[in-house]
Design a protein around this ligand. Structure first.
Ligand code: ADP
Ligand code: MG
Length: 508
């Protein structure tokens, strides 16, 4: 190294080289240096051990934490999108309906997590006070009030009462629609609640009435449940093999075709009919006089309820048919009477019922023959059976195997009935008119027929109906007086052999 350069920079001293003087420093600097050193020494007392593994770990944690965060943020974003979609679907599903289905349970983001959910959209379900949720009405203690001093709330308090009334709507019948009222904090005034209650009760009564009517009537085509049960029992007991179908639905009855089984080990005819008397009284109301004035049924009639009166009609038909059979009149035979159902032999063949006289096309010879048969029938009925049909017409006569068969005798009465002769006159009128219209020249006039059937000799004279009728009514009156004088009828109510034994009523 070249020394000359150095000598040139530092002035040469004849006493040799001089050490450079230490730079001057303040006490404060010294002090701070000392402090710094002291601090440094203190630090050095607890040296930081640099562990490479720990470093690695801490680095990893740092990295993983951010990944997790990222993942969570992504998941949150995804969940929010899912919830948005759910909200749209909920809205679409519910539309404007007052009653809505909440999709709340399917939401991914709990409302408090969802910082994005708009703040003005309050989730009422999570607030303590839900204005749309009915507050449970507080029960008032026995003493009749709660609270103290100024804050006393009595049981008559408007709000308490209102809420109680709303809650009470829960007791209304299920079919009464109370709307959203129950789920709201609705307060019904007593007046409103009472009129709602009144309306609810009257609606219930009305619907019960309608229901009753439906249940207890033999509807147009079908039969009511009770009758169905009876019919089912007949099949179940083997009395009938099966019930096939309806032959006729009249005003007072429904007639079914059925196949017979066996009854008390006796075979029931292969083909039978079930005459089911309709259980609505409407049609029978104007027929009361056929039964309540019939001395055979008079006493019982007044004591019976409407349903039993219907049975009386079936019973009456059974007794009348029994008398007719005894007298040799072609008519259905009674197989069984079960309440208001009468099982009769079938007039017809292979499921085809015999036609009514009004529907059958007969040649003049057969028609004339039919007329004489009918005349004979009427005489037998009146004189042998002591009956007036009271609904004798081409509708209640069937043409089967060249013979006239007489049916539908539930309303038939004895001639001593207060109006018996009037009924007979009407029957004669129907028969006479029918055969005359069908060109039967031998057909008698109504007056001749009446006398021929009854054996009464009411003068025919000028064939004036009013005059003839006056005679009939006079006769009826005389008969009534005679009965009155003799006192109450003392005949047995039914003849011994008036019909098959009835099955005991089990369920009344
Ligand atoms: P309603 O009182 O309803 O007139 P009916 O006894 O006259 O009752 O029967 C109605 C119809 O049912 C009759 O017109 C007839 O066609 C049919 N019918 C009734 N009884 C029988 C029977 N035993 N056999 C065949 N058909 C019958
Ligand atoms: Mg009839």
């Amino acid at each position: 190294m070249d020394q000359t350069g150095v000598a040139a920079q530092t002035p040469k001293s004849p006493w040799g080289s001089v050490a450079p003087a230490a730079p001057a420093c303040s006490l404060a600097d010294v002090m701070s240096e000392q402090l710094a050193k002291q601090l440094d020494d203190e630090n050095n007392e607890f040296p930081t051990l640099t562990d490479p593994a720990a470093d690695l770990l801490s680095d990893e944690i740092c990295d993983t934490t951010s990944d997790l965060m990222l993942a969570q943020m992504l998941q949150m974003q995804f969940d929010r999108e899912f919830d948005d979609q759910l909200r749209r679907e909920e809205k679409k599903f519910n539309g404007d309906s007052k009653v809505s289905v909440s999709f709340e349970n399917y939401r991914m983001v709990h409302p408090y997590e969802d910082s994005d959910s708009s703040e003005d959209e309050v989730d009422w379900q999570d607030t303590k006070h839900d204005p749309y949720r009915a507050e449970k009405p507080h029960s008032t203690p026995r003493r009749g009030f709660t609270g103290k001093g100024k804050n006393i709330t009595t049981k008559h308090d408007e709000v308490v009462c209102g809420r109680k009334n709303t809650a009470r709507m829960d007791n209304f019948a299920p079919e009464v629609h109370v709307g959203d009222g129950l789920s709201m904090d609705l307060k019904l005034s007593n007046q409103v609640f009472n009129s709602l209650k009144q309306h609810c009760y009257s609606e219930q009564r009305r619907s019960a009435k309608l229901h009753e009517k439906k249940e207890h009537s033999t509807a147009e085509q079908a039969v009511d449940p009770r009758t169905r049960l009876l019919m089912y029992k007949l099949v179940n007991a083997g009395v009938l093999e099966n019930i096939n179908g309806c032959i006729s639905t009249g005003k007072e009855s429904v007639v079914f075709h059925a196949n017979g089984g066996s009854l008390e080990e006796q075979p029931v005819p292969e083909e039978v009919v079930l005459k089911v008397f309709k259980t609505t009284l409407n049609e029978f109301k104007n027929r009361d006089r056929y039964i309540k004035d019939d001395y055979r049924f008079k006493d019982r009639f007044s004591k019976l309820n409407p349903r039993k009166i219907i049975r009386l009609w079936a019973e009456k038909e059974m007794h009348n048919l029994a008398r007719m059979k005894k007298a040799g009149i072609p008519c259905p035979e009674v197989v069984l009477l079960r309440k208001h159902i009468l099982v009769l032999t079938f007039i017809g063949k292979d499921h085809v019922p015999a036609p009514k006289l009004k529907d059958v096309k007969l040649n003049s010879e057969d028609m004339k023959n039919a007329f004489y048969q009918v005349l004979h029938l009427m005489q037998l009925l009146y004189q042998e059976c002591n009956l007036v049909h009271a609904d004798f017409s081409e509708y209640n006569m069937l043409w089967h195997e060249g013979k006239v068969w007489l049916i539908d005798v539930s309303q038939s009465v004895e001639p001593t009935h207060p109006h018996g002769l009037e009924f007979l006159f009407r029957d004669c009128k129907n028969v006479s008119t029918f055969f005359q219209k069908r060109g039967v020249s031998e057909a008698m006039s109504v007056y001749e027929l009446f006398n021929a059937v009854s054996g009464l000799n009411i003068p025919i004279g000028s064939e004036d109906e009013a005059e003839f009728m006056a005679e009939i009514v006079a006769l009826e009156k005389r008969n009534e007086d005679h009965i009155q004088k003799r006192g109450k009828k003392t005949f047995p109510v039914f003849c011994e052999n008036d019909g098959p034994p009835k099955q005991p009523d089990s369920d009344d």
